[in-house]
Design a protein. Sequence first.
Length: 346
Amino acid sequence: IYDCMRGRIYPLEGKVQLGGIKEYTEKFKNAQRIIIVACGTSWHAGLVGEYLIEEYARIPVEVEYASEFRYRNPIINENDIVIAISQSGETADTMAAIEMAKEKGATIFGICNVVGASIPRLSHAGIYTHAGPEIGVASTKAFTAQVTALTLMAFYMAETKGTIAKSKLIGLLSELERIPKLVEKALQSDQYILSIAEKFKDVRNALFLGRGSGFPVALEGALKLKEISYIHAEGYPAAEMKHGPIALIDEEMPVIVIATKNSSYEKVISNIQEVKARKGVVIAIVTEGDTEVTKMADYSIEIPHTDEAFLPLIATIPLQLLSYHIAVLRGSNVDQPRNLAKSVTV
Ligand code: F1P
């Protein structure tokens, strides 16, 4: 697990534990709906979870900001499963959302990094991600670990529900084994990303675009840039660009596009054309060996090819590195960004 804020690779302290889910197999199998609650980066991991659970297990998923969910009067009942995601396990909004859902009879499943924290104690069952300590305030390797846990959960639910072919599942699990190697490969673009960061360190705005599970990755890329570089950044589904953000495009604002070779590749290409037609500057995250996007984009950062299910795990890496290098070049303290707390307990 890579902590780009410190430039180290941490060994996983233990394998992601799925013990918690096994006791609730029947509950997950029969779930009519899953509600995911979280804040910040953890909420983005929840969005990836939504794509994966719906794709593979065919269970409807809603993803809610805990900070909003807790203050409304949502319809929840005892058939609902609420997955609460939190690195620290102490985020007050997420805890309040859990307490409210618990009162309404929902089953609470926690995904948390800190063993013995409040959120796992409030949950009926769950998974510890064991990603090691998040030394900096901004969540990085915790995100990758949360996404890994959600990916495994989606596969597990799909297997128990019979919504995935055995051969497909075996293929996905063997690809999962390759992920650490692919992450290492993605990290090899570090110096190239630094050279891009040098060119864009003084921009005032940035737009991040992605489709499918590349959309939460775009949101997370924008959040990292905001949190540690204090540059205004927006993440958008690429198809939504024409409904507003397109008005912002000019030569000044970099548009970072997740343009890897997966099911939405052709559509992303047309989004890039739309940006280029307006003289926008495109930094594309592409699959290694790509030529089509590389020809159109101003900068292309290669990541190794993987199954679409694992795209968020790999595509996040260059975005974290980009934010990291821009923040360092701007003289920001990447470990302790201004105004941000490690755990937001109020
Ligand atoms: C949620 C979160 C983090 C963010 C910052 C503030 O925390 O929004 O994603 O990086 O630390 O809090 P958590 O519930 O995942 O601990």
